[in-house]
Write a protein that binds this ligand. Structure first.
Ligand code: NAD
Length: 483
């Protein structure tokens, strides 16, 4: 079978990598190679940088109306190709097509639409300065941005960077994850068709250590927006430090899901099944540490096990599939390694832990894993502290509100948290004590694009969303005019 060959996208043209080398990318559901990815080098990043740099003077002076018009067109074109994008995202990443169709791809379109609207309606600050005159602010586009994204929500997270970056008048060199390049490649033709001028968005495919690091170390790329693992985030801080780059880092998590005895039990249970296992647990916001108040612990655990066992794992193209395959063989092995560690650490596997026995022949080499619940671990076990990023959750009983807060905050991460209670005062008290960038009360994954998004502690640096994104992608200047 001949494999699809992906090319870099520089100056609105598809180009081969300068050293001409490619590597295979695999279809997680079948465990077979399905495309060739350019193994781009420093030279390719330089070509992309030159294109982005040449496009910057004109794009940064393009009116906000014109920029918004193009962003709206991009959104429309993504939506018009919803089915095609969803099929590709599923084939490349392993997730159910239905999830890509209802979450990933629509959200990619709304990222462009949201920032188109945001720049159209943005008003700068201004005010009289008594006895002197008048001050106002101006947002200046910065230049060429480096945008580096992960594999779990490929198009969704890449467009969360591209949209505010170009809406603010910058140009970009993007590096999608080497595991999931397909929808980023498809996006290139959408950008061109929507009328985005050549060089405004350039896509360089390849590895983190190759193309990714070359972007981070490029002396004339002054800002880097990165979403990915915490260890990589630390390398990016170190490698960009000599250049004083502006950094936005969205990193890993080990999110708590706190269930109080006074919650709406059915809603908490149903949502916890989703927040544990959606996208095979490969969402940075999944609630992987479940803390349940003792009076309802046994009932909740049994409901959760029942809910997990009822999830259908397999063919990602079927409408009723809940979990597809995890992204790669290495990742599958890492997750299974954590399940084994959980057993060694004294945990009980309440359900899952295996590759499903019922897979059809064509999926038997795929990277599937049953939803797994581990009980009996203590909070200092590695499985309860380290990010697994797969369909594996731990469950633990607590007694008091103070203990729940302490357990949730006892982590080096601080990305998100869910709190389940019908007591409004408790909800406010707990939410205000939790050390996480986002706290949901009686819900999960509700995203308001106007609100800041980001992590505390080792979950990240900075906030994106609404004007926080515009702040990152522009330099804010104060101009004072004397009378
Ligand atoms: P990763 O850190 O391995 O890779 C992310 C991206 O960085 C990829 O494009 C990779 O090629 C590139 N990269 C790797 N090393 C690099 C280097 N030295 N210099 C520059 N670029 C480099 O992460 P991943 O495995 O793709 O994604 C999973 C991680 O992402 C998890 O930890 C997850 O929690 C996190 N994540 C966080 C958020 C968030 O919003 N906080 C969202 C999604 C995923």
């Amino acid at each position: 079978m001949s494999l699809l060959t992906i090319e870099n996208f520089i100056n609105n043209e598809h180009v081969k990598p300068s050293e001409g080398s490619y590597f295979d990318t695999f279809e997680p559901a079948r465990g077979v190679a399905h495309a060739l990815i350019p193994n781009s080098s420093k030279a390719d990043v330089e070509l992309a940088y030159k294109a982005a740099s040449a496009a910057f003077p004109s794009w940064s002076k393009t009116s906000r109306e014109e920029r918004a018009k193009i962003l709206y067109r991009i959104a429309d074109l993504i939506e018009a190709r919803l089915e095609e994008f969803a099929q590709a995202e599923s084939k490349d990443q392993g997730k159910p097509v239905e999830l890509a169709k209802t979450v990933d791809i629509p959200r990619a379109a709304s990222n462009f639409r949201f920032f188109a609207g945001r720049i159209l309606h943005a008003v700068e600050e201004a005010g009289e300065l008594a006895g002197i005159g008048f001050s106002y602010t101006q947002r200046m586009p910065i230049g060429v941005a480096g945008l580096i994204s992960p594999w779990n929500l490929p198009l969704y997270l890449l467009t969360w960077k591209i949209a505010p970056c170009i809406a603010s008048g910058n140009t970009a060199v993007c590096k999608p994850s080497e595991f999931t390049s397909l929808t980023a490649y498809m996006l290139c033709s959408v950008l061109k068709e929507a009328g985005l001028p050549a060089g405004v968005v350039n896509m360089v495919f390849g590895t983190g250590m190759g193309a990714g690091q070359a972007i981070v170390e490029h002396p004339r790329i002054p800002l880097i927006s990165f979403t990915g693992g915490t260890v990589t985030g630390a390398k990016i801080i170190a490698n960009s430090a000599p250049h004083f780059k502006k950094l936005s880092l969205e990193l890993g998590g080990k999110n708590a899901n706190i269930v109080f005895a006074d919650c709406d039990f059915e809603l908490a249970l149903k949502t916890s099944v989703r927040s544990s296992f959606a996208n095979q647990g490969e969402i940075c916001l999944c609630g992987s540490r479940i803390f349940v108040q003792r009076p309802i612990y046994e009932k909740f655990l049994s409901g959760l096990v029942q809910g997990a066992k009822a999830l259908k794992v397999g063919d990602p193209t079927l409408k009723d599939t809940d979990l597809g395959a995890v992204v790669s063989k290495e990742h599958w092995e890492k997750i299974v390694g954590y399940i084994e560690l959980g057993k060694k650490e004294g945990g009980t596997i309440e359900c899952g832990g295996q590759k499903p026995a019922s897979l059809e022949v064509e999926f038997q080499d795929g990277y599937f894993l049953e939803p797994t619940i581990i009980s009996g671990l203590t909070p200092n076990c590695r499985v309860m502290r380290e990010e697994i990023f797969g369909p594996v959750v731990t469950i633990y009983a607590f007694d008091t509100e103070e203990e729940a807060i302490q357990l949730a905050n006892d982590s080096e991460y601080g990305l998100s948290c869910s709190v389940w209670t019908e007591n409004g005062r408790r909800a406010r008290r707990v939410a205000s004590e939790i050390q996480a960038g986002t706290v949901w009360v009686n819900t999960w994954m509700a995203r308001d694009l106007r609100m800041p998004f980001g992590g505390m502690k080792k979950s990240g640096l900075g906030r994106e969303g609404g004007d926080h994104s515009l702040d990152f992608y522009s330099e804010l200047k104060t101009i004072c005019l004397a009378d």
